[in-house]
Ligand binder design. Structure first.
Ligand code: MFK
Length: 574
């Protein structure tokens, strides 16, 4: 018999160990530190350190359990009755209770720390996201719904459902869904076909929704088209019927009765998605579900926009949370894994690669917290008119930019693990599948680029943003690589002035590259600002600015072409 040992490699790789994510995330710590007072920093940093430890000790395993025990739909009971039960891992419920106890939504509305409450809340969300099996999705919808109700809800909603959405008591806490997307449109929601009829003293909704994510929630905000004949006299749309979006209204729907059974709703199937596997995303039919209107007919998209402007920042904070997780995993691995006679961490080219990845993540983190700071100020009535305009344009910019960065970061994380990164149960592969939802969820890159154009054209938001960037640059010494960023600011401003004079279609053709370049430039400015007092930020700023290079619009460079050629190339059969 042969000696078994002689056929076995003695080498086994240990799994990379996760650190306390607050202690390990210098970019997050710097972004928070720069935006809060000394006293707040003492409180926040202690709370975030303890929060991250709890995540490591007990929430991480809940997230993993929820990922293993994915949702299933039981449509009928054994006797043939329709029950539409979405069965969830018990871990999902525990994540819900944890989120309530920690005030992951409540913190933003209690405003205990004034405008900085959003900073504490979003720092927690950045840490929670990678441990949460995407429980951040229902929380995003809940926060967005709370904001809509706070701004536009009826007095009953403010006294009732709002309190539940912002409760810290797990028995009281409600999450909300946001049901907008239909078969005909996830981006163009003006095609909404779900109708609202006023029947027996209440609005009842009928029709299909194609993507409903937070289906275990107790309530949802639903976009529906008010049937002309049932519009009440004081709720007549200001739009003419020909106008898109006409007659659309937003409704708050309570999904379940007191026994927890769905009311006026049918679950058609759960989606088989690329990632976000623990999240119960469903196709639903509304069969007369009762809704309470928020605002008036014709205001549906506008009211939904208040929700989207919050959920888009959730999307962004999830991106930086996911990026930090990727970096923590690949760093831990590189400090254990040896190749060619030394640790990967000591390989010059690996270190070069990760220095770039880390600098990009630091830039994205600064960008997200800049927008969060403005959101907090706006909600507390402390934002100037110019800051409100900046938040309007930064929201789509931050969302579209961080989503793309999260994908590239996840891809690099996987690559840094080699073959192990491509294996599902190492937990690394999931980072990429999950990241791919970021540029889709809450608006694609193109939709958001066009939203940024709308913010420029309609809200005149570019001018205050550029003025703010130039002002920030005044405090940056020339020992830092500021000249390139200054050139980018002026090239972008010039491009926007030139574009203001052309047709909407021609404006659209460069909207994406413009938006990405503008987001990158804002991130560069913020990193440079941080670099004034912090050496590591100086290194990150130099690397980041080196990576992004100069900016010349493609239409002024090699590759410029007219719209007809663009279409020809886009549809070419080669
Ligand atoms: C983690 C989860 C994973 C599960 C898988 C999920 C997969 C994804 C499933 C999905 O489908 S996600 C849904 C993605 N869809 C969106 O996020 C919506 C994308 N579309 C947009 O954002 C459009 O720009 C929008 C619907 C908001 C508006 O398009 P329209 O129909 O052209 O409307 P219009 O006329 O531009 O705007 C109507 C009003 O709203 C205007 O105000 P006025 O009535 O005063 O003129 C706009 O200024 C205002 N508005 C629009 N966007 C705004 C805004 N106001 C403030 N902020 C904004 N962002």
């Amino acid at each position: 018999m042969s000696d078994e040992k002689s056929f076995k490699s003695p080498f086994y790789q240990s799994a990379p160990e996760l650190p306390n994510s607050w202690a390990a995330s210098g970019a997050l710590r710097r972004a928070v530190r720069a935006r809060v007072s000394d006293e707040q920093w003492l409180v926040f940093s202690e709370e975030l350190q303890a929060f991250a430890q709890t995540l490591l000790d007990s929430v991480e395993s809940l997230g993993q359990k929820a990922e293993r025990e994915i949702p299933s739909l039981v449509s009928f009971d054994p006797w043939g009755r329709r029950i539409d039960e979405i069965q969830m891992s018990t871990a999902w419920k525990e994540l819900d209770q944890f989120a309530a106890r920690e005030g992951l939504v409540a913190t933003g509305y209690e405003r205990k720390y004034g405008a900085q409450s959003r900073i504490l809340q979003f720092a927690k969300l950045a840490l929670f996201h990678p441990a949460s099996a995407f429980y951040t999705c229902p929380l995003a919808m809940t926060d967005g719904a709370a904001r809509v109700i706070e701004l536009h809800g009826t007095p009953e909603m403010k006294a009732g459902v709002f309190k539940k959405l912002t409760s810290r008591d797990p028995d009281e806490f409600w999450t909300a869904g946001q049901w907008m997307t239909e078969r005909a449109g996830g981006s163009d929601v003006s095609q909404t076909a779900v109708v609202a009829r006023f029947e027996a003293g209440a609005w009842r909704l009928y029709g299909d929704k194609w993507f409903t994510s937070a289906t275990t929630s107790q309530t949802a905000l639903v976009l529906a088209r008010v049937e002309q004949s049932t519009q009440t006299s004081n709720q007549v749309s200001s739009d003419t019927e020909e106008e898109k979006g006409s007659g659309l209204a937003l409704f708050q729907v309570e999904l379940r009765d007191s026994r927890g059974k769905l009311q006026g709703l049918q679950v058609n199937r759960l989606k088989d998605k690329l990632g976000t596997k623990a999240l119960p995303t469903a196709e639903m039919t509304l069969n007369g579900a009762v809704g309470v209107m928020i605002g008036a007919p014709g205001e549906g998209i506008k009211k939904t926009a208040s929700l989207l402007n919050v959920t888009r920042l959730y999307n962004s904070v999830c991106c930086i949370g996911a990026m930090a997780r990727g970096l923590q995993m690949s760093t831990a691995y590189s400090l254990e894994r040896r190749a060619f006679g030394r640790l990967i961490a000591d390989q010059p080219l690996h270190a070069e690669t990760m220095a770039s990845v880390r600098s990009r993540a630091a830039a994205a983190t600064e960008l997200v917290f800049h927008a969060i700071e403005l959101l907090g100020k706006e909600e507390c009535g402390q934002a100037s008119k110019d800051e409100v305009a900046q938040l309007r344009i930064l929201t789509p910019l931050v969302k579209l930019y961080t989503a793309k960065e999260a994908i590239s970061n996840a891809s690099e994380t996987i690559e840094s693990f080699g073959g192990a990164g491509y294996i599902e149960n190492t937990g690394v592969a999931r980072l990429l599948r999950d990241a791919q939802v970021f540029p889709i969820w809450e608006g694609t890159t193109n939709v958001l680029s066009l939203d940024a154009l709308r913010a420029i054209g309609k809200n005149n938001a570019l001018q205050p943003l550029i003025a703010d960037l130039l002002n920030r640059m005044k405090g940056v010494p020339s020992s830092l690589p500021k000249a390139r960023i200054e050139r980018r600011i002026s090239a972008l401003a010039h491009h926007a002035r030139k574009k203001a004079t052309v047709s909407v279609d021609l404006q659209a053709t460069s909207a994406r590259e413009f938006a990405l370049a503008l987001a990158e430039t804002v991130a560069g400015v913020l990193l440079l600002e941080r670099a004034v007092t912090d050496e590591l930020s100086g290194l990150a700023a130099s690397r980041f600015i080196g990576l992004i290079g100069e900016w010349i619009a493609l239409e002024d460079d090699i590759g410029a072409m007219d719209l007809a050629s663009v279409k020809k190339l886009a549809l070419a059969s080669f």
